[in-house]
Design a binder for this molecule. Structure first.
Ligand code: B12
Length: 218
């Protein structure tokens, strides 16, 4: 049986090298060794991808390498997904959430983690993917009869669309129909408050807690 540190080291190596196959094998090994998905996301995937982002920012690595690492992270996600889904809270309908990454932004790993964590914690989630316009998010939220519109942004250039959404809700008198929840790399609680968002979560666990508060379930 491998220790957590050994798993972390091996998975970090696979992510850095962008080795999807090894990443998936190590993810399975972690599960076999009773290391839970949340710990893998929080203590391995997030810090390793953050480091990769920093190296990219310093021009030590380039976009194709980041892309390979992201694919390796997605391979880990696919191994963990069914295990997380098994933890689904039965018979719990806290409400409907529509979630997407804002226009022009294709970062989706963190948003997908948030989506699945909301789902297993009692929400019905419609994950619209990435590069989603304000109009699409809002129209879908109306069609679905959603309670929460959740918005993800990893780029400073896609942040303003969160503000556009909230302004549009206010201007069209729909701000009482939906609660807005925001998150993603450049999003802070200060930014969330400044645009009038109803909730902010710094990670998937907080997203669940805040979403529950927004529907009066926590
Ligand atoms: C992987 C990655 C990519 C991949 C994305 C693949 C994919 N399918 O997702 C690829 C290679 C495509 C990519 C492309 C680019 N990227 Co990039 N990327 C990253 C990287 C390394 C990791 C992101 C990630 O997945 N993190 C891991 C997850 C688990 O964390 P997370 O996303 O933050 O999500 C958590 C929380 O934020 C929160 N959360 C997220 N969403 C939501 C939503 C809600 C509602 C809530 C409550 C919470 C919440 O919970 C999540 C789970 O805990 C980051 C570095 C970083 N520090 O983030 C750069 C980074 C985000 N990228 C960056 C840049 C500049 C780009 C490019 C513009 C590069 C280029 N020159 O083309 C392009 C943009 C493409 C586009 N149009 O979107 C910059 C952004 C700078 C900025 N602030 O604007 C970063 C910060 C790198 C850097 N240091 O420069 N990237």
């Amino acid at each position: 049986m491998a220790t957590f540190d050994e798993i972390k080291e091996k998975m970090a190596e696979a992510l850095v090298e962008g080795d999807e196959e090894s990443a998936a094998v190590i993810a399975q090994q972690a599960l076999d060794d009773n290391i839970g998905p949340t710990r893998i996301f929080k203590e391995i995937i997030t810090p390793v991808l953050t480091q990769i982002g920093e190296r990219f920012g310093r021009l030590e690595i380039f976009l194709p390498e980041v892309l390979l690492s992201a694919d390796a992270a997605k391979a880990v996600f696919l191994v963990l997904k069914p295990v997380i889904e098994e933890q689904k809270v039965e018979d719990s309908h806290l409400g409907k959430v529509v979630i997407g990454t804002m226009s022009g932004d294709v970062h989706e790993i963190g948003k997908d983690i948030v989506a699945i964590m909301l789902e297993v914690n009692g929400f019905e989630v419609n994950n619209l993917g990435r590069d989603v316009s304000v109009d699409t998010l809002l129209n879908t939220a109306r069609q679905d009869g959603a309670q929460i519109i959740a918005m993800s942004s990893l780029l400073t250039t896609s942040l303003p669309y969160m503000k556009d959404m909230i302004n549009m809700l206010k201007e069209t008198g729909q701000n009482n129909m939906f609660k807005t929840l925001v998150g993603g790399g450049p999003v802070t609680s200060e930014w969330a408050a400044s645009i009038g968002a109803d909730g902010y979560g710094k990670d998937a666990s907080e997203a669940v807690l805040v979403a529950k508060k927004l529907v009066g379930a926590a």
